[in-house]
Design a protein around this ligand. Sequence first.
Ligand SMILES: Nc1ncnc2c1ncn2[C@@H]1O[C@H](COP(=O)(O)OP(=O)(O)O)[C@@H](O)[C@H]1O
Ligand SMILES: [Mg+2]
Length: 339
Amino acid sequence: MAIPPPPSVPPGSPPGQVPATASSPGGGAPPALHAASLRRAFGPMVAVADASLALAPGSVTALVGPNGSGKTTLLLMLAGLLTPDAGEIRVHGMTYAEHGPDARRRVGWMPDTFGTWDSLTCTEVLTTFGAAYRLPAEVARERALGLLQTVHLAEYATAPAHVLSRGQKQRLGMARALIHAPGVLLLDEPASGLDPRSRVDLRRLVRSLADSGVAVLVSSHVLVELDEMVDDAVFINRGATVVGSPAPAMARWRLTTLDAAALTSWASSVNLPLAADPDEAPVLPGAPSAGTFVVSLPDESQAAALLRDAVRAGVPISRMSPAGGRLEQTYLAMETDRR
Ligand SMILES: Nc1ncnc2c1ncn2[C@@H]1O[C@H](COP(=O)(O)OP(=O)(O)O)[C@@H](O)[C@H]1O
Ligand SMILES: [Mg+2]
């Protein structure tokens, strides 16, 4: 997917004014965004208790957590739109307290719901934000038109933004977040309200932005979708980030057979612990003996061996697939609470 090139006049401050970024502990590329021990309360409600994360340039990181776990509050602080009660945020080495405008110009923010003004056209929404980031008018206009094409809204360029559907507004919100070619992109539930085609487009756009060096943090509760686009994950529970790996030691597989009795008797003969699938669809009238089961296996070669042995033993397996993605499995394995 084509992304308009960065503005010819870079929105950030000239080289030399940017303070040196602390090197990462491992000696690799310094993070584009680094947050340590963030906390934010609203009265007695502690929305974010202790959150830390680092975003590498050119990577996509998932922000995963149940409803009310503090994702939006954390993203607002990272975007410089909400002041933390404690902790530190550095964007390319700069803090919002010391280098507010310069730090903000390096961050693009897409809220979970993008409100628009009734009177502005889609192009004007984008050029207005371009002006706020001090892009020259011509540069802002050129980028606005390019980005409207990127998010497939070119035909609405002169239409009032309020006529857009929810999904189209989300896409305009994405274009808005990119108007100043930020090096860090923060997306809060970007896929909500998008149709399947637009979700695929979003994934491709996020991936191509990362390939061009942007550090992306994306929150979503649709874990399977995130699984396909992220390199890394940060889990958050009750306002605290949790160290977790998106690849669990044991992966769950879903097995469907045309003959449940044959599968269960073979499984017990080889000591394979099978569990009935809790999400199993009702058995179809035409296949009364069919059944779906879940099994945990340490790796893919074990999964391949299981399939080979079951088929050799004459068990009619009609389907075998991972039961949920890596993120979903890690998420379910964590002690998380909704609130
Ligand atoms: N402005 C606010 N005033 C009071 N409580 C808030 C405010 N914003 C968020 N909260 C509370 O903080 C918690 C975390 O909210 P939020 O960051 O929106 O979570 P998430 O995005 O993960 O669903 C929730 O319990 C929410 O009700
Ligand atoms: Mg939220």
